[in-house]
Design a protein around this ligand. Structure first.
Ligand SMILES: [Zn+2]
Length: 480
């Protein structure tokens, strides 16, 4: 760390250090440049470390925790709040695709900024943006850069439509219209990833990931691009996996042993892969994913909203599958609030057994939202913990508000009671993103002023595509 790097000592906080296995304990943290350079615990360490800092932030009475990582998120959905969300995934997807085709560069920019505002206020410092509208990739990336957030950007590729893989019987005129949607070609997919990777390589907060929409939505030619770039460029990859029952059933019909075994045979499972949902994973498939070090990103709110089901979280924990948490799209999962998602993850496995030993512990859930997410976005060694050498993505919670007051703050207490109202300050990559109730990196008010108009424009422009969605939806509904 250069001696001239800006430095701040966050003094008198209580530190949530899961790696140390302890409950929040008094201490201070020195941040120099983009990193945590010292964690001071004893009185003497605190005095000495404080004397090294140019600036002191007095966090007396507050909890300092690692920033939360939203490991499955689609930024464009923030403009689609209140659109169709009373359908299962397959017909629902027709609507979100219809709206998505009406987006332009400015809508994408505002969607990214709006999502960043919501996430920062919820203590989320990093997200994995699984991004379908690849022609607007640069607009999205510029907005992510301006947002101040840490971002793993995973542009989609796909060339097999759901109606093909799921063998949905469609009237020819509907099929013909659905078939006009763009498909990625292997050549363009490879060029896109290589270009984006070379342009954003070395950026302090933005990384490029491979983002195949789903294994079953890619032809062998696209799978070859995925495998080659994961190998040649060492890129991390992120994809959807067995989100709905019909996907799992069709996967077993298409490949011996099902989708996960086929992915293993195709050489796509590795520590650098994270998969969203996994609602219909069998215990054996969980074991295969664990063996390859694949991270499963649990999205309980989205899975409930679309009626997809529940990840067998206790089984995944039992098999030591690496796990993370995500909020998915605004128009499927609702709020970009990982405190809410943590609570759901904590509670949802409980009705499966009355044996409380099988229930996830609060500590495990908070690990999913921090170190687990860091691993999913490719920052396993440098993010998610309050330790020297880690990137300074930090959240200060004030436990004196109504939601948290009334008991000493433990990890269980945090997971059960914390929320956006307790988020007092947020630091990302060593820079304050939120302080005193204000986002400091970008003009949040200007974003909020503009989103209503652009969202109305998108909804109006989606009109003709929505007619197609409505016509086709009953056929997709029937496939479930
Ligand atoms: Zn998704």
């Amino acid at each position: 760390m250069a001696a001239s790097a800006p430095s701040v000592y966050i003094a008198n906080a209580r530190l949530v250090r899961l790696g140390a296995g302890a409950e929040p304990r008094p201490g201070g943290v020195l941040v120099e440049g983009d990193s945590i350079t010292a964690v001071a615990l004893t009185d003497r360490e605190q005095r000495e470390t404080r004397s090294r800092a140019r600036e002191v932030f007095d966090a007396a009475g507050m909890i300092l925790m690692p920033g939360l990582v939203n490991a499955h998120y689609h930024s464009y959905g923030t403009l689609l709040k209140g659109t169709q969300n009373r359908l299962p995934l397959e017909p629902w997807a027709l609507y979100t695709v219809a709206y998505g085709r009406a987006l332009g560069a400015e809508a994408i920019r505002l969607a990214v900024m709006l999502g960043a505002a919501e996430m920062i206020r919820n203590g989320i410092t990093a997200c994995l943006d699984h991004f379908p509208h690849t022609r607007w990739a640069e607009a999205a990336l510029s907005a992510h850069e301006a947002s101040g957030m840490r971002v793993a950007f995973a542009p989609f590729i796909h060339d097999v439509f759901d109606h093909e893989f799921l063998q949905i019987a469609l009237p020819p005129e509907i099929r013909a219209m659905l078939d006009t949607a763009p498909r990625s070609s292997a050549g363009s997919a490879e060029r896109m990833y290589r270009d984006l990777e070379s342009r954003w390589r070395g950026h302090p907060r933005v990384t490029i990931l491979l983002g195949p929409n789903a294994f079953q939505r890619c032809s062998p030619a696209l799978l070859a691009v995925w495998r080659r770039l994961a190998h040649d460029l060492g890129l991390h990859a992120h994809t959807h996996l067995v989100e709905t029952r019909v996907q799992a059933v069709r996967g077993r019909a298409a490949w011996p042993g099902g989708t996960v075994e086929e992915m293993a045979r195709a050489g796509l499972l590795s520590e650098r892969l994270s998969v969203a949902h996994g609602v219909w994973l069998t215990p054996d498939e969980g074991e295969i994913l664990a063996r390859h070090g694949v991270t499963v990103v649990h999205n309980p709110a989205s899975n409930l909203m679309l009626g997809s089901g529940r990840l067998a979280l206790s089984t995944m924990l039992e098999h030591a599958v690496p796990l993370a948490l995500g909020t998915d799209s605004s128009n499927s999962g609702g709020r970009h609030d990982l405190f809410e998602v943590m609570r759901l993850a904590l509670m949802l496995p409980r009705p499966d057994t009355t044996d409380p030993r099988a229930w996830p512990e609060a500590r495990q859930i908070l690990e999913m939202a921090t170190t687990g997410g860091a691993r999913a976005i490719g920052h396993a060694q440098k993010l998610g913990r309050i330790e020297p050498g880690q990137r300074a993505d930090l959240v200060l919670l004030d436990p004196r508000g109504a939601a948290l007051a009334g008991a000493p703050v433990t990890v269980a207490h945090l997971v059960q009671h914390a929320g956006a109202s307790a988020v007092a300050a947020v630091m990302i990559d060593g820079t304050w993103a939120l302080r005193d109730g204000r986002i400091l990196i970008f003009d949040e008010a200007a974003v909020l002023d503009q989103v209503a108009a652009i969202s109305a424009e998108v909804r109006a422009a989606a009109g003709p595509e929505l007619v197609l969605a409505e016509t086709a939806a009953p056929y997709f509904q029937a496939c479930g």
